[in-house]
Write a protein that binds this ligand. Structure first.
Ligand SMILES: Nc1ncnc2c1ncn2[C@@H]1O[C@H](COP(=O)(O)OP(=O)(O)OP(=O)(O)O)[C@@H](O)[C@H]1O
Length: 688
């Protein structure tokens, strides 16, 4: 037993458990040590100078001064010590003066001639007076007497110059002057065809204003998206002036037996060139064909209205558009440039003029419009939009983009983005302040959106609400080109053409939504900085009488930088990055947001690919994807499984459908719909 050895295991040295490094704590400790060291140093000096009698805080200050004297040529007094951070003095950003307009200033659209002096029906005069139309515009002064003669007329003048009243006044006056009093039971006398639903509603509004004191004249709209049964009911009662979109008018002519159109004696085509652009030619031709079975089309008065027309308009069969058959009323190039006194061209059978030629596009832009363009890098697109929108506080602005997806994406961002400092995340000491800041919406204006995929009722609501909005902070409408034709928003002062326009005409229509009827306005077109943009600008400039000026995009970023400094006390040298990061942080939060941004990106590229003057291959897609707040560059992102899935979905389903829709003409679509409707349904609708 004695030999029994008890082996006791004594660990040589137990392995120490290495605690996880707390870098923050280490940093704080280091800082504390440094502070203590400095304090010791001050104390030492203080002891050497034998200033024991003085209170401690004074000693510190004096010592601080003495050290400063040694370090700074002993000439300046040392200021009380402040933490290093506060010693970094930022240079205050300078305020920027962006182009502005005097809203009150008036242009030269009005003449000295009064509606009161015209030979028109007294009730029409009363209507005009109560709607506050007093003086005539130039185009009204010239077109009213010609339309009054019942001649076929082409009315062509710059955007917002009052073309609608130029034909509405004489036409309603004619109805009122009829030998036999016109009543609604007699059915329709005037048919006005418009390319869009909103424009139809606007024409109805103009007719109601002119005919305010003409109770026997009933005005009604026939527009797609509205309940066809309600329209049928109104048609049965009788509508003297029918305003509508081609497809819906055609539908009622074919399907509504109670539509009394045998008395039609005037056909008006509003924005006639747009009717062709939108693929309505077949609709129009069929409409004329159907009408000509019942009424004498050649003896009907035909009025074509547009800010610009080209030879394509002559293609419409049945209207016989030739200089011989039509009187032309429009501003000439010479008038706008002020080189000749001949301000108007009215052609007759013997007079030749280039009314459909390329020669006179300069009159399309109101002289009260200041036009600018800016050039940006691909990665700055979204940041620029946000910097721009901050400069629009208190104003009424329309932003034009190319696609419905972009409208959705930007309007979503405008409503969602709240102010936050993306670089401030590590500073915990001001958490409360930061929370307070986070609650502030970045965009304080009212935001509206308009595009073709929105339901008609909502579209009409948006149109009217935006039109009458008087929000203190201002309001913004983001829209596709659906709002670019003929729509009248009188108080809009600023237009941002955010995506490159299709053509010069497209540009004119978009910027023409401001500076209407003598008001001043500013337009800004945003293009990417490359050779194509330069060429496009040169092309546009070649058509314009007024200059298209460059404004540096940096000015808008500087304005945003100034805003950051003034209101948020943040000095950031790269405001574009600040904005991009702020938005990216929002998009990162939710997969749906990311999907939305991808859709917008893909749609933008598809639209860009269709432009005649620009090519996708010149774009830096990596940078562009950043402009849509995408998490990674698109090329890297494509490896991601989820992304692959989403993209397949987007490409195969949504965009294939859209592509088909774009190829399909309006006529084909309507025909399909009609085929689906059974005979029973139709007759039911008819007698409701
Ligand atoms: N004589 C007038 N006095 C005051 N306001 C007028 C007069 N004529 C028209 N207006 C107003 O001017 C605005 C623009 O008119 P309108 O829409 O007819 O212009 P337009 O030339 O048809 O523009 P676009 O080419 O863009 O369709 C409307 O708000 C209209 O009420």
């Amino acid at each position: 037993m004695d030999d029994i050895q008890v082996k006791v295991f004594i660990p040589e040295k137990s392995k120490a458990v290495v605690p996880k490094r707390d870098r923050k704590l280490e940093h704080q400790q280091r800082k504390l040590k440094q502070e203590q060291k400095k304090q010791k140093y001050f104390d030492k000096i203080h002891a050497n100078r034998q200033t024991d009698q003085q209170p401690q805080h004074q000693i510190e200050n004096k010592d601080a001064q003495q050290i400063n004297q040694t370090n700074d040529n002993k000439s300046q007094q040392r200021k009380p010590r402040v933490p290093m951070k506060q010693l970094v003095i930022h240079q205050k950003p300078q305020s920027v003066t962006l182009p502005s307009i005097n809203v009150e200033q008036e242009g030269e659209v009005f003449t000295e001639q009064y509606f009161e002096d015209l030979q028109i029906h007294p009730n029409v005069k009363l209507g005009l007076k109560s709607s506050e139309y007093v003086k005539m515009t130039k185009i009204q002064q010239l077109a009213i007497p010609i339309v009054d003669t019942k001649a076929n007329t082409f009315i062509k003048s710059e955007t917002g110059s009052g073309k609608t009243l130029a034909y509405m006044v004489p036409l309603i006056s004619h109805l009122m002057n009829a030998e036999v009093r016109i009543t609604r039971e007699q059915g329709t006398y005037i048919l006005i065809v418009c390319p869009t639903r909103e424009l139809s509603l606007q024409c109805v509004d103009a007719a109601l204003k002119v005919g305010k004191k003409c109770p026997n004249i009933v005005v009604g709209a026939l527009v797609g998206g509205e309940n066809a049964n309600h329209e049928k009911a109104r048609l049965r009662k009788g509508v003297t002036i029918v305003v509508g979109t081609p497809g819906r008018i055609l539908y009622h002519i074919q399907n509504t037996q109670s539509f009394k159109f045998l008395n039609i004696n005037t056909l008006v085509f509003e924005e006639c060139d747009r009717i062709l652009d939108m693929g309505f030619q077949k609709d129009i031709e069929q409409l004329i064909q159907l009408l000509s079975d019942k009424i004498d089309i050649p003896s009907c008065q035909k009025i074509m209205v547009s800010a610009h027309v080209n030879q394509n308009i002559c293609q419409i069969k049945g209207l016989e558009i030739t200089p011989k058959n039509y009187k032309f009323v429009g501003f000439s190039k010479e008038f706008i440039k002020g080189t000749k006194n001949k301000d108007i061209q009215i052609n007759d059978e013997n007079q030749q003029c280039d009314w459909l030629g390329e020669g006179d596009p300069t009159w399309q832009i109101p002289s009260t419009l200041k036009q600018y363009y800016t050039l940006i890098q691909e990665h700055q697109k979204l940041a620029f939009l946000f910097a721009y929108i901050r400069t629009q506080i208190g104003k009424k602005t329309i932003i034009f983009v190319s696609t419905c997806d972009e409208v959705e994406f930007y309007s979503f961002l405008f409503q969602q983005v709240q102010f936050s400092n993306p670089f401030k995340k590590e500073e915990q000491q001001h958490v409360e302040e930061e929370e307070e800041e986070k609650k502030q919406a970045f965009i304080t204006q009212e935001v509206y959106k308009l595009h073709g995929n929105i339901e008609q009722q909502q579209r009409s609501k948006t149109y009217f609400n935006f039109k009458k909005s008087k929000h203190q902070e201002g309001c913004v409408l983001i829209s596709t080109s659906v709002a670019s034709r003929g729509l009248d928003f009188p108080d809009v002062t600023n237009i941002l053409v955010f995506d490159p326009p299709d053509s010069y005409d497209d540009y004119v229509n978009k910027v023409g939504r401001t500076a209407r009827i003598n008001k001043n306005g500013i337009s800004l077109m945003v293009l990417f900085e490359n050779l194509e943009s330069q060429q496009f600008i040169e092309e546009i400039q070649s058509h314009l009488a007024a200059p298209l000026n460059l404004i540096e995009s940096a000015e808008y970023f500087k304005a945003f930088q100034y805003y950051l400094f003034e209101t948020k006390k943040i000095h950031d040298k790269m405001p574009d990055k600040f904005l991009a990061l702020m938005i990216k942080q929002l998009i990162k939060q939710d997969k749906d947001y990311q999907l939305q941004s991808r859709r917008a990106y893909v749609s933008f590229l598809r639209a860009y690919g269709r432009l005649k003057s620009f090519k996708i291959k010149t774009l830096n897609l990596h940078n562009l994807s950043k402009s849509f707040a995408l998490e990674k560059a698109f090329s890297e992102d494509t490896k991601d499984e989820r992304y692959q899935k989403d993209l397949k979905f987007i490409n195969r389903e949504k965009f294939r459908q859209r592509e088909d829709q774009a190829n399909e003409t309006r006529w084909d679509r309507e025909r399909k719909k009609r085929r689906v409707m059974s005979q029973a349904e139709l007759s039911k609708m008819e007698f409701m």
